[in-house]
Ligand binder design. Sequence first.
Ligand code: 1GP
Length: 255
Amino acid sequence: RLTSLHETLSKRRARGQKSLAVLLDPDHLDEAGCRHLLELSEAHPVDYFFVGGSLVMNSHQASLIRLIKSCSAVPVLLFPSHSLHLDTQADGILLLSLISGRNPDFLIGQHVVAAPLLRASNLQILPTGYMLVDTGRQTTASYMSGTTPLPYDKPTIAACTAMAGEQLGLRLMYLDGGSGAMYPVSSAMIRAVRQATETPLIVGGGINTAEKAHAALSAGADVIVIGNQIEKAPEFLAEMSKVVRTFNAVLDVKV
Ligand code: 1GP
């Protein structure tokens, strides 16, 4: 099922237009916090809400998605770490294949379990090559998936991994330093993946200043994902939204 969400991402990539995704982790956000963020996102545009976490400890995910869908037109994409985390209220799903790792369960196993459920749903499917990158300490995602992340200073390995993912038919690439990473994925690695592939490129993990966001976008990220920093300080959304809009405004002038 090729999707309008995928089409939009591809068109944006072709135009060089950047997007902002805010990661909402059901374990870290209560209803009041979510309402506050949704209000902020009226004044400071967000392009996507990603919903998910490496471990979902509580059952707030469904009510969180319901709340977003009732207050906002921003597309909600599931960012699942397990086939248990599907929710048909969302608009789409980043169907992640963990191509940086060698654990068959996260390359194909979970997908087999989810396949009939996805087929029966209206979720738009975004097949995504998911690459965890070593950013200084073991992340929950790397521990839970039992995989070794890509070495931080080996952009060539990341580029070849992404290339292989694209050749296998994956439609998006996601370079992730992991939530709360000590430092973000390097510009060199973003640039290498960008140059090696045509697919839209999502970059997240440890982007907690405007400078880091700008660096990721300049290196070739099409979508930046911010989680932790907005959880800590929701007002940071204003700053992030501005970085992305400013980037796109410059583009409009050039066109
Ligand atoms: C993690 O890419 C996301 O999977 C976001 O990371 O929480 O560090 O912003 P942060």
